[in-house]
Ligand binder design. Structure first.
Ligand SMILES: Nc1nc2c([nH]c(=O)n2[C@H]2C[C@H](O)[C@@H](COP(=O)(O)OP(=O)(O)OP(=O)(O)O)O2)c(=O)[nH]1
Length: 144
């Protein structure tokens, strides 16, 4: 079976990133993730993310750039390739249309959440590169 391509959004607002807890109606209930979903036919990862974030949280985001993908083999031979993107919140108020709750989390509290296994390398990568990403976000928001 092939690899399932899943995008996920690291949505920043000032010095915090949006983390979402999967609900009982989803796979991996109760675990934390960066929201997103499977790429559909004919869609770019960026288009997928904008669509998924609107569907799941009712907000509009801007996708700025990619971080390192992570392949993870779940049971039953399912392999997902999680494609993380740095994004910023643009407009709209968060509504929980699928998730149980969201939290805006600062770097120091990322490790206190119970993450979906596929997200752990992404959380580590984000922590290591937090200051560089923050600088890029500041540059972006002062330019635009
Ligand atoms: N969106 C997202 N999915 C993740 C993350 N980590 C992780 O293991 N997953 C898994 C959970 C799911 O098995 C799969 C993504 O499926 P999904 O259910 O969120 O996406 P979707 O809305 O496109 O799926 P579907 O129900 O329409 O088939 O990847 C993550 O950080 N974000």
């Amino acid at each position: 079976m092939g690899v399932v391509l899943v995008t996920c959004a690291l949505i920043f607002l000032n010095d915090k990133v949006l983390c979402a807890q999967r609900s009982s109606t989803m796979n991996l209930p109760g675990l934390w993730e960066f929201p997103g979903g499977k790429i559909e036919k004919g869609e770019s990862p960026e288009e997928c993310l904008v669509r998924e974030i609107k569907e799941e949280l009712a907000i509009t985001i801007k996708v700025l750039g990619a971080l390192k993908p992570n392949d993870h083999a779940y049971s039953k031979g399912i392999v997902i390739r999680l494609l993380p993107y740095v994004c910023i919140w643009q407009c709209g108020e968060v509504k929980l249309l699928e998730h149980q709750q969201i939290k805006w989390v600062e770097k120091g509290n990322l490790n206190s959440l119970n993450w979906a296994p596929a997200d752990i390398p992404i959380v580590n990568d984000l922590s290591e590169n937090w200051n560089i990403i923050q600088k890029q976000l500041v540059d972006y928001t002062t330019e635009s």
